[in-house]
Ligand binder design. Structure first.
Ligand code: 5AD
Ligand code: SF4
Length: 471
């Protein structure tokens, strides 16, 4: 049994990153079995699930939609906020009943929650029917864990590692049009509210040539878009200590000629001018940046350990707007951080009024056990925090709609991804600025970038018509 340990996970030694190649365990005992996989949380987790699916299908399994029909049940969990925890424990209740009826079902819990020692203890003691717990550093060992689970013992395999970099990952990608590509794992920023540096280990970059090869291969397979993934993409290359930075990677990826390139997430702290220039220079680097603000108050930013002031954020924001034509910028904001006063909150609203973001994810601060902010004095009543969130969301939605309305009657390029969920006579896709559009167009357009005339603008989506070109 390997238990995680948050204090261990905090350590950042000078030990070199290990670069490894996957060698997945194989056994034919799972041939023809069904798996059910549920994913919580961010894009990183979605992409990790694509690796889990790759391993399950390598073992001969196929997916199923109903928990009740599954031979293997996996939950890929998220630790970032309390409600993510609650959802997983709610689900475990359902799984418990199922295990009573069918004890041979194998249940595994992976993802960020598995990296928290208190959670693992709780699963170990209160949910003994869970066959195995595996962390974000152990996904490649999933095959072995499944094979062991057949023997019937509860297995806990979660290292508090700084982490390695694995190549040769078997992904079963959800889309054949857009693909996620990991470029950097982990995070060394240790923002005081955030659990990620503990659950995901230290910042470690994949080698540039391996990333470019992966993008090249995706392009050859017909993929139209890649999203370069990292907790903080602009820390890319810092661990090589040879001067390589994110802009070098972005340029190399742009030169593969894949039609669309995106990246998430960018920390405002080390976003260089060269990064801005490369985004502006290459047509296939999309004019869209997710730039988390977290707070507009310099004193709260300091307590958050964010490494920038309100003014520095605004300066960077204006520079991006000026240098990248038509760029859309979205953000993340936390309200009710310990000690946040009405005046601090007004500073956040002030930044929102100045930046007029294209969109934002907004959250109430949630104390995460083991992080410094969880120990800070927090005397703002929850109803005040909720009211701040409400007021913030009103302004966010106003600007989101306003920015969408600017596109009315314009013809914009949209990458069509599939049939619209709400209306099966329509298709949906995204503009280069990452705005969702529902389009009156045939299914033949799926997978192509088409010109779309925007006919209606709402807060969270647009409607449009395919402008068939006369040539
Ligand atoms: N409480 C509330 N929101 C949080 N986030 C991260 N940690 C917390 C927390 N403890 C938010 C941040 C981050 C986004 C992914 O989740 O805004 O950018
Ligand atoms: Fe968390 Fe900050 Fe790292 Fe983002 S940069 S993952 S908020 S510690």
């Amino acid at each position: 049994m390997n238990y995680p340990n948050l204090n261990e996970a905090r350590k950042r030694t000078k030990e070199k990153v290990e670069y490894c190649v996957n060698d997945y365990a194989f056994s034919s005992i799972f041939q023809g079995k069904k798996y059910f996989l549920r994913t919580y949380g961010c894009q990183m987790n979605e992409h990790d699930s694509e690796e889990m699916k790759g391993i399950l299908e390598f073992l001969g399994m196929s997916p199923c939609e109903d928990l009740e029909n599954a031979d293997v049940i996996l939950l890929n969990t998220c630790a970032i906020r309390e409600n993510a925890h609650d959802k997983v424990f709610g689900y475990l209740g359902r799984i418990k009943h199922l295990k009573e009826e069918r004890p041979d079902v194998i249940v595994g819990i992976g993802g960020c929650m598995s990296q928290e020692e208190s959670i693992v203890e709780e699963i170990h003691k209160r949910h003994p029917y869970v066959n195995f717990v595996f962390g974000t550093h152990n996904i490649h060992e999933l095959g072995n864990l499944l094979i062991d689970a057949k023997e019937g013992e509860q297995d806990i395999l979660v290292y508090s590692k700084e982490g390695e970099v694995y190549e040769g990952v078997k992904y079963k990608r959800d889309s054949s049009i857009t693909a996620w590509v990991n470029i950097i794992y982990g995070c060394d920023k240790f923002c005081t509210y955030c659990i990620v540096p503990y659950t995901r280990g230290k910042e470690r970059s994949r080698k540039l040539e391996n990333i470019v090869k992966e993008v090249q291969a995706l392009k050859e397979e017909g993929y139209m878009e890649v999203t370069l993934l990292g907790q903080n993409v602009n820390a890319y290359g810092k661990d090589f200590q040879d001067g390589t930075e994110f802009s070098d990677l972005l340029e190399a990826v742009a030169q593969t000629g894949i039609p669309r390139i995106r990246f998430v997430t960018s920390h405002p702290w080390n976003f260089t001018d060269r990064m801005i220039d490369i985004i502006a220079q290459y047509d296939n680097v999309m004019p869209y940046i997710h730039l988390p603000l977290q707070s507009g108050s310099t004193s709260i930013l300091k307590k958050m350990g964010r490494r920038y002031t309100k003014e520095e954020y605004l300066e960077l924001y204006q520079k991006m707007k000026k240098k990248i034509p038509g760029v859309a910028i979205t953000t993340d904001i936390i309200v009710g951080f310990p000690g946040e006063t009405e005046e601090d909150f007004q500073s956040t609203l002030d930044v929102v009024e100045t930046c007029q973001f294209d969109g934002a994810y907004t959250f109430i601060f949630s104390p995460r056990e083991g992080t410094p902010a969880a120990k800070m004095k927090d005397d703002t009543p929850i109803h005040v925090k909720e009211e701040r969130l409400y007021r913030l969301n009103e302004r966010i939605n106003f600007y989101s709609k306003m920015n969408n309305e600017k596109l009315l009657e314009q013809v914009v390029p949209v990458l069509v991804l599939g049939v619209s969920e709400k209306d099966s006579t329509k298709v949906y896709g995204y503009t280069d600025t990452m705005k969702l559009v529902n389009i009156q167009a045939s299914k033949d357009t799926i997978g192509s970038i088409i010109p779309v005339k925007i006919t209606e603008a709402k807060s969270f989506s647009l409607d449009g018509e395919y402008q068939i070109e006369n040539t």
